[in-house]
Write a protein that binds this ligand. Sequence first.
Ligand code: SF4
Ligand code: SF4
Length: 486
Amino acid sequence: MKSAHPLADEHFRDELSNVDKEGKRLWIFPKKPKGRFYNYRTWLSWFFMAMMFVGPFLKFKGHPLLLLNVLERKFIILGMVFWPQDLNLFALLMLSFVLFIVLFTVLFGRVWCGWACPQTIFLEMLFRKVEYLIDGDYQQQKRLMDQEWNTEKIFKRAFKHIIFFLLSFLIANTFLGYIIGIEELKLLVVDGPMDHLGKFASLLIFTSVFYMVFAHLRELVCVFICPYGRLQGLMLDKNSMVVAYDHVRGEPRGKLKKGEEEAPRGSCIDCKLCVSVCPTGIDIRNGTQLECINCTACIDACDEVMEKIEQPKGLVRFASVNNIIEGKKIGLNFRNGAYGVVLAALFGVFLYLLITRKLVETTMLRTPGMLYQTQENGKISNLYSIEFVNKTFDKLPIQLKLIEPKGEIKFIDGKDIVVDKESVGESSFFLLLDGASITKISTPVTIEVWSNGALIEEMKSKFNGPVYSKEKEELKEKEKGEKHED
Ligand code: SF4
Ligand code: SF4
């Protein structure tokens, strides 16, 4: 397939910056970035990291602000409890989120990856910074990699990896805090691992995974593993804003020669600084590539060069292909508009479902396989089972009111129902109707569920019983009387 980039030599698409021809990993040593965008990203990352580490401790009305307990299938988001019964809401939220990402990517490329993805934030703003502190900038890192194992290398490697492991352990604790809740995590710390072997094992597994990702896999996650990254080609078009090299202005590129008054024909002096700072090791001058995470490090690097050679900044900048070639501004097109409409509709349905979501869900069923029973007093009974899902943080006393037909509700265990907070309660009851009131084989039944003086739900069901016949009844009475006389 032909590249959209008029200068692109297609060979770069057959090679990977981090794998050699034999398929062996090539370690990437990105130059320490600096500049305007890097500063913005640093501040934003500190903010996100602070939010993430503090998150498990935050509470709303005494409950976690965010809890994603997949094991117990209990989720608390912004203080609201969600249960497996809310799967429809969750599916819709996920669908809206995926569509939002698609729409956002169509408009702004992979900005999420470079600026907000936890993988990039931890790797570039935590682990990489530690690495620069211990090993130095990219040239010193390369030198250290190539040198023999001596005291300096052993010390630096050991020190760095111990810190990496501790950081991974910290992230794993936070991650576990979002899954099991901070109280459970505190118990693990206070009681010790032997009393909570399962949780401790999970903590070690998470720590190992994070350590592997941030110390070893690194950019491979963004380039090969992350499905979002792999889908870039489908989502971007010529109007998408991405980190792009202005080849119209930059080419033909050429090195600045000593004593040369004029800049080369194009603005690019082929210093390759934009390549040196790239954490995925690509050359942005080849055009938009799947490996680009829009981290903007190359913009900062090139701006610095442009400043030095007294050229306007922005040779590498946020721009669309059409913006560079035709000078077009980003605008609304049919695809963006259609995504926007679908997204708004989905979000509207999601909000409606969220607002109308029931905090107590009731399921009532006539016990299957059971016929009606005739009681000694002539009443007819049907057995029902009823289940309550209490999604609130309070204990709920439940009362049932029979609305129609006239009759009586009698619980099997004779007790009132009280459903514990955030749990499921079950009970069974007989519905007793006067035999004379049954005019159909299947009589519609309406029962209201009340709690603390508030109507929770109206339940509909059927009552099965023998159809009352005055003649039959009189005949029975007569037969009884005759037997008595005998
Ligand atoms: S940093 Fe700018 S000038 Fe240097 S090679 Fe990259 S695009 Fe060209
Ligand atoms: S090409 Fe630029 S924006 Fe893309 S990943 Fe490399 S440095 Fe970041």
